[in-house]
Design a protein around this ligand. Structure first.
Ligand code: ATP
Ligand code: MG
Length: 400
């Protein structure tokens, strides 16, 4: 089975372009069993050829790979004068009864027929072969048959959209702070779509947060893993730090001090994993802990840049993205995370930075922070493939 892939961001040039293409091919092929698929690039398209028994898996993977703008299963033909006959013979079976149009694109200008001639002649042949089941409608056809004349002739009918963006890995690697909530999985998806490979870290406060809360994060990670070649989840035992904070600080400051500790532990794990940034699901003004003053506190506990891709999104926008990527239903499962359990009734909304830093210093948490990072459990996440994965769903034209 051969897949044609349209890719790219038009702004890519020179060396960046080659890097982008190689990463994209690699991100598809290495997710399939060794030897099951081969990729090549030519004339501005990628082609992935998969063994028949891996064709369905290849299609799923391609449809969830960042960098893929659109893709289709294609048939190929020699560039001879009889090609149109053979295309008509074979493709007539792929066109459902109803209207169609042919969209032709001649990249190889030495081919005898122009795009317009290809479209007209192939259209005629198909109408004849279709025995009154097929009519031409160039305005709003039921089906579009695309024909591209390149190194060979490629023909396909149902092109679909991919998630676009940059191939995961071209922008480096980041550590996502993944809680069981709605926001952080969306944050991870967004930065992955800008080419960032991610690891995820989850702070688990057993037994204050139950097994179910951890399972939920594993599930969220499995949903996210659909969109990336590899995802590792690091589960950090956070109870000792939480108990320390509860014991040594004023209740109003508990949430922010917890966040500060999370950032420090996350950074230690991140540096060991070669990550160049932290990524959180924080969004401005959403909850008490996400004011500018609070962001200053959390940000000051990492020397790595902290990416907050949701910063300007409303809750409604975040929810609709969570639905589209398939994480929402899992995120709203009712297992509280550690922050909910330890949250004070009246958190400080506008902490005075210096005061919080003093409180943080009084914790003397350095050794527990180091231990928490050392004791992180590493899990390689297996992707959860579900049919609702929205990125694959919509029909699109690959030509153009
Ligand atoms: P989310 O829906 O992602 O939990 P939220 O709106 O509930 O976000 P907070 O609970 O204030 O926001 O958390 C802000 C960010 O801190 C989260 O988006 C996440 O990146 C990080 N975070 C919070 N709790 C945890 C945790 N237990 N493990 C890992 N990261 C966490
Ligand atoms: Mg949360």
């Amino acid at each position: 089975m051969l897949f044609l892939i349209k890719y790219g961001e038009i702004s890519l040039k020179g060396r960046n372009r080659a890097k982008f293409e190689h990463r994209l091919m690699d991100n598809i092929v290495r997710r399939l069993p060794a030897g099951a698929a081969r990729a090549r690039r030519t004339w501005g398209r990628l082609y992935v050829e998969a063994d028949d028994q891996h064709a369905a898996a290849a299609e799923r993977i391609i449809g969830n790979t960042f960098g893929v703008v659109a893709f289709a299963r294609v048939r190929t033909y020699d560039k001879s004068t009889t090609a149109l006959d053979r295309i008509a013979d074979e493709m007539v079976a792929e066109l459902p009864p109803g209207s169609f149009k042919v969209e032709a694109r001649r990249e190889d200008k030495s081919f005898a027929l122009t795009s317009y001639q290809i479209a007209c002649e192939l259209g005629d042949r198909l109408v004849r072969a279709g025995q009154s089941k097929l009519t031409v409608d160039v305005g709003a056809p039921d089906t579009t048959l695309s024909v591209e004349v390149r190194d060979r002739i490629y023909a396909y009918t149902d092109a679909r959209r991919g998630p676009s963006g940059l191939p995961v890995g071209v922008s480096g690697r980041g550590m996502l702070l993944l809680s069981g909530g709605i926001d952080s999985p969306v944050a991870g998806y967004l930065v992955a779509g800008r080419g960032l490979a991610i690891d995820a870290v989850y702070f688990h406060s057993y037994p204050y947060t139950g097994e179910e809360a951890e399972q939920k994060v594993h599930q969220l990670a499995a949903h996210l893993a659909r969109y990336m070649p590899r995802l590792d989840l690091h589960v950090v035992p956070f109870t000792p730090l939480q108990l320390l904070i509860k014991q040594r600080s004023h209740p109003d400051e508990v949430t922010l001090l917890m966040r500060a500790c999370m950032m420090e532990v996350a950074q230690l794990v991140a540096l060991r994993r070669d990550c160049g940034c932290l990524v959180t699901g924080e969004s401005l003004g959403q909850v008490a802990s996400q004011t500018l003053e609070s962001l200053r506190v959390t940000g000051s506990h990492s020397t790595l840049p902290v990416l907050r891709p949701l910063i300007g999104l409303s809750k409604e926008e975040i929810i609709s993205r969570a639905r589209a990527i398939g994480t929402f239903e899992t995120s709203i499962l009712p297992y509280p995370d550690c922050c909910a359990l330890f949250a004070p009734r009246h958190p400080v909304i506008r902490p005075r930075f210096e005061r919080l830093e003093q409180s943080f210093a009084r914790l003397e948490a350095a050794s527990l922070i180091g231990e928490a990072a050392d004791e992180a459990h590493h899990h390689r996440v297996t992707p959860a493939w579900v049919e609702s994965a929205a990125a694959v769903a919509t029909a699109a034209s690959v030509a153009g």
